[in-house]
Design a protein around this ligand. Sequence first.
Ligand code: SF4
Length: 229
Amino acid sequence: MLGAELPGLCDCRRCSRLATYRESHPPRKGLSRADYWGKPVPGFGDSQGRVCLVGLAPGAHGANRTGRPFTGDGAGDFMYPLLHDAGFASQKEAVAADDGLVLHDLYLTNAVKCVPPENRPQTNEYIHCLDYLAQELASLPRLRVICALGRGAYDSCLRLLLQQGRIRRRGDYLFGHGAVHQIEPNLWLVASYHTSRYNIQTRRIDATMFLSLLATVRRLANGDDGENG
Ligand code: SF4
């Protein structure tokens, strides 16, 4: 099952702290609570995609408002134009769930489906939400590349792969921007710095770095593993 079809996702309250927060945090100036999605945010994209980008969690005024990952906040404003340039997105703009954006060869989701206070999920919240991520990845029949944005998402992916018996030790898979790890003959795990506003402002990540990473991801998806970025 993908995205909104995931059984139980839309009204999930496994994490009481996050369920309360997603429904009660203050809206942006000029908006009201009614303008906010305020529920778990499902992933979306190409059901035949070979690439899955996994972010951390919905942004308070981005995905938690619009109901679509990375839509309506600084992280998405940075990322979608580059996804478009790399051929993964039909348009550069991502402003609302009904803005016509289509992803090609790409599925986009978050490790934690509810917005966390201060963008920091707790360990038990990552664990509670892992089953949804597992179902999404299992529903991508052509998946070849999982690209985790930020250490939190990366650790969630490793936790899941360990749980599934597909890796033996998380310590063998070090995080670093551009790190590429082969999990199985046809499955790769790629690490990236998160495209958060903070990381962009501090120049921890920039457009050139992210485009280069997307080129690596594309190469791996195409079955060309001769050069790991
Ligand atoms: S973060 Fe995931 S597991 Fe926790 S309440 Fe939201 S959807 Fe449920």
